[in-house]
Design a protein around this ligand. Structure first.
Ligand code: 0WK
Ligand code: BGC
Length: 860
């Protein structure tokens, strides 16, 4: 017997009260779920979540990936169009994010039922019509705004902007129910938002023990019987109908409206869910007027019973959602390995917002069933439209999906910049200097000899001895030594720097016992140099940490020769100066003849590739190809990346030794990524988002958070313990939440780097494909650099993004195991062969000439 004192108000005879109470109670009893039943529902929801994660789309709860990897961080900016379809109305919105504020302008459009239930084409035509009207209304018809589309139906997604739809789950007023949450998807990506589609719970019969005959009736009459069972017990589209079914039954049982079953009462959908909220909010008098509006002439007693029925149905709905929510928050808590979880749940929907008790019952039930979770329900004021715009802002800003418009856009811009840099007239104003390297081919296997390679400009200064021989097949033996490049040397005078290089070379030759030999030297100099021939390179500007005085504008080969001469204790023949990207391409070209691109993703970043000579205006000749050093680190120095640069990028640049230069490099390379993370953490701490708002001197110290820390924190297994160690060194006492936030920041920054570099590389691959005029490009990209090598996920993310941006290419990524030294030796070997074959030729010509002049003198 359910409790019945509320019926004492009824003005019927005492005996009648008992039977009436009993019968109404009997009817409503199945709606009153016990704690045990709710615990069961929670357990079934949990099992459904797990099953959905394991099985692709075959379980009742679909668990659909959304490709949203993080929530907004307040740095989103710009104007976005947001379309919101699937709730009560269709809303078109323009959202303008500026300085952490979002200004929204929106217009609501109704969707006629015949459109809702017409053809897909009619529906999307209607949407397009509404959007066009809205843009007109906003006077933004020509503004090409990025758009976020909230489409509130279960969708299979393969990317943030690619879906396939299951349209059968349709909508009406105050409509469906669903939940999404940030799930740990794999060790790599840490989290992704999963759209659970929990409305499907029970489609496998797992709720049959709590489904009442009224629910079955509603299900039977729905347009998708057997599906969305949980939704049909809990969401706005169905609650009114359930109440109508109960009222119909009570009326047929003579317990209501004096047993008078009106046509109105028999009309499906006539008792809308909004009436539940109104009835449960108002006193009984108002209930009567609502019933009268529905053509239901009820007594006060009827009003009390109707109110009871509404209460029972809505309460059950809120409790069921609470049980579901308890399963979700408990899962998140366990994912994080926490004993206690504080979490905020964003919630929207008219039922939650308008119903007087729903939110409270939902919260109470959640906390009773998930006692280790403290859940804050945060109603969204602006609806999911702002959410959609925010996601596209984040996606646009950081990385969302490599197919997102932004990266494709950057790829196209980069391609244009490549062409601009190659043009004689456009090169002076081009950001990409497209420097000719005078390397005309990759190794062809004929190289041989004993060489020295100097490798200056990366994180280490290395000197190598490279012996290339042809015993059976071409083999390369290498011995190397790393030498320091102290701060005072790389920031001192150029003379001191080259004296230091010459001294290290002397030391190396000593150790190699070759001081008496004049070996050909290949000089890898990892900075932008203007070259007119292989053994001459004028430094255009220093980058990374270097800024030795008196070198910019000078021929670095000359400077080194001068320093060696000055010593006089050994001699060396510097036959080639190459950029580290060229050295890397040549090193990889030694193992794979298809290699025609060289990339460095290390302290700095850059790329070179084999360009058709006819396209290089700055070099004579049209035949064949030449390797071009793009110096892509300077991409954006002309302001074209301003729309994606963040305040943190600007702060990095302001604090660098070369403000306004190498802007692309400063967004992506190893020298700057750690600092980017530090600046973001400082801002988040200032806003109390991490470290309880504590800002320590260490956290404020430039360079204190290094890129290697990002790699350590993003290492799947030991990432968190590493995070503790690293953050403790920053003087903060991190909470477990702080760990995941810090690791998120690391992921966002490194992901953006991989995506932006992918966009630039895709630009080069498109150009190669174009140059070759092939439908499908097959090529190899040689790569080196500490960021690419040391970061646990970088390579995979880069490869994935490149293949998505240029799907019609077969790209092999070849890691240069031995650095660019071997490559420099290869270039030197080619130079050596060319020089001596020409010297022999010349000496041959001269000897022939000498012979003839002697012969001539004697004969003639
Ligand atoms: C190793 C190469 C060297 C290049 C370096 C770049 O041998 O030429 O400069 O990679 O990577 P980083 O050391 O800057 O990470
Ligand atoms: C330099 C490039 C170099 C790259 C990678 C950049 O800062 O400008 O010449 O290839 O770093 O080391």
């Amino acid at each position: 017997m359910c409790h019945h004192n509320r019926f004492l108000l009824l003005n019927v005879a005492k005996s009648d009260i008992i039977s009436l109470v009993f019968q109404v109670d009997e009817t409503l009893c199945p709606f009153k779920l016990s704690q045990e039943q709710l615990q069961l529902v929670k357990a079934r929801m949990r099992a459904g979540l797990e099953a959905g994660l394991k099985t692709k789309g075959s379980s009742a709860i679909k668990m659909l990936p959304s490709y949203v990897y993080r929530t907004p961080d307040g740095t989103e900016h710009g104007k976005y169009l947001a379309l919101d379809l699937g709730g009560t109305n269709f809303r078109a919105m323009m959202v303008n994010f500026k300085r952490q504020n979002a200004r929204l302008y929106h217009k609501i459009y109704t969707i006629p039922l015949e459109i809702m239930q017409g053809t897909g084409e009619e529906l999307f035509d209607h949407i397009a019509q509404c959007v066009s009207d809205f843009l007109d209304y906003m006077g933004m018809k020509n503004a090409h705004l990025p758009a976020g589309f909230t489409f509130s139906f279960p969708c299979e997604q393969t990317a943030i902007d690619t879906v396939s739809v299951d349209i059968k789950v349709l909508w009406g007023w105050r409509t469906g129910t669903n939940v999404c949450y940030m799930e740990e998807v794999d060790a790599e990506l840490s989290k992704m938002c999963i759209n659970t589609e929990w409305g499907g719970l029970g489609d496998d019969g797992s709720l049959d023990d709590i489904i009442t005959p009224y629910d079955m009736e509603v299900n039977q009459n729905s347009i998708n019987p057997g599906r969305q069972r949980f939704e049909k017990l809990t969401s706005g589209m169905y609650l009114g109908e359930i109440v109508r079914q109960v009222l119909l039954d009570l009326t047929r049982g003579g317990l209501l409206f004096r047993g008078h079953v009106t046509e109105t009462l028999k009309t499906p959908g006539i008792f809308e869910t909004k009436y539940l909220s109104q009835i449960e909010r108002w006193e009984k008098l108002c209930v009567r007027s609502i019933l009268q509006q529905l053509g239901l002439k009820g007594t006060c007693d009827d009003s009390i019973i109707v109110k009871e029925v509404c209460g029972a149905v809505s309460r059950r709905a809120a409790q069921l959602c609470g049980a579901g929510m308890a399963a979700v928050v408990d899962k998140i808590r366990e994912n994080r390995g926490l004993d206690h979880l504080n979490i905020t749940v964003g919630v929207d929907g008219a039922l939650y917002k308008l119903h007087p008790h729903f939110s409270r019952v939902l919260k109470d039930t959640t906390e009773v069933l998930a006692p280790q979770c403290n859940v804050t329900f945060l109603p969204s004021e602006e609806g999911s439209g702002k959410g959609a715009a925010l996601i596209s802002a984040v996606a646009r800003q950081m990385h969302a999906d490599s197919l997102s418009g932004t990266l494709l856009d950057i790829m196209q811009q980069f391609r244009r910049e490549l062409a601009k840099g190659l043009g004689r007239d456009t090169n002076p104003t081009a950001a990409l200097k497209m420097l000719p390297t005078f390397v005309r081919s990759i190794p062809d296997g004929s190289e041989k000899g004993d060489f020295i390679a100097l490798d200056l400009g990366g994180s280490n200064f290395r000197i190598l001895r490279v012996k290339v021989s042809h015993e059976k097949k071409q083999t390369v033996q290498m011995e190397s030594q790393i030498y320091d490049t102290p701060e005072d040397i790389i920031h001192g005078s150029g003379t001191r720097l080259f004296d230091h290089v010459a001294e290290c070379l002397g030391d190396f030759m000593e150790k190699q016992n070759i001081k008496d030999k004049k070996l050909p030297v290949g000089f890898t100099f990892s900075f932008p140099c203007q070259q007119t021939k292989l053994d001459e390179g004028f430094l255009i500007t220093w980058t990374k940490r270097f800024k030795a005085g008196g070198v910019e504008g000078m021929d670095v080969v000359k400077l080194l020769n001068k320093a060696i001469k000055k010593r006089g204790d050994y001699d060396a023949d510097i036959m080639a100066v190459v950029n580290d990207t060229v050295g890397t391409m040549m090193t990889c070209g030694f193992d794979d003849q298809r290699c025609e691109v060289g990339i460095i993703i290390g302290t700095g970043t850059n790329a070179c590739y084999m360009e058709e000579l006819r396209n290089i205006d700055l070099v004579e000749g049209d035949e064949g190809r030449m390797c071009v050093n793009t110096e892509w680190g300077a991409f954006g120095d002309d302001g074209r990346l301003e729309d994606i640069r963040t305040e943190f990028d600007r702060e990095i640049d302001r604090g660098s030794i070369n403000p306004g230069k190498q802007l692309f490099e400063k967004m992506v390379s190893g020298m700057y990524m750690g600092e980017l993370v530090r600046l973001i953490l400082v801002k988040m701490a200032r806003e109390g988002l991490v470290f309880e708002g504590r800002i320590t001197p260490e956290l404020l110290t430039k360079g204190k958070f290094e890129t290697k820390h990002i790699s350590a924190i993003e290492k799947s297994k030991e990432g968190l313990s590493k995070a503790r160690e690293i953050l403790t060194r920053l003087g903060v006492e991190p909470s477990t939440d702080d760990f995941s936030l810090v690791s998120q920041v690391c992921t966002v920054v490194s992901f953006r780097s991989a995506n932006l570099i992918a966009a630039a590389l895709a630009g080069i691959l498109m150009r190669l494909k174009e140059n070759k005029g092939v439908a499908r490009l097959r090529t190899t990209v040689g790569i080196d650099g500490s960021l690419y090598k040391m970061h646990p996920q970088y390579a995979r993310r880069l490869h994935k993004a490149v293949r998505r941006l240029v799907p019609d290419t077969d790209v092999r990524f070849l890691l240069s195991e031995s650095g660019s030294g071997k490559g420099a030796a290869m270039v030197t070997a080619v130079a050596y062969r060319l020089t001596y074959s020409s010297r022999i030729f010349w000496s041959y010509l001269q000897s022939v000439h000498a012979f003839f002049s002697i012969y001539h003198r004697n004969v003639f």
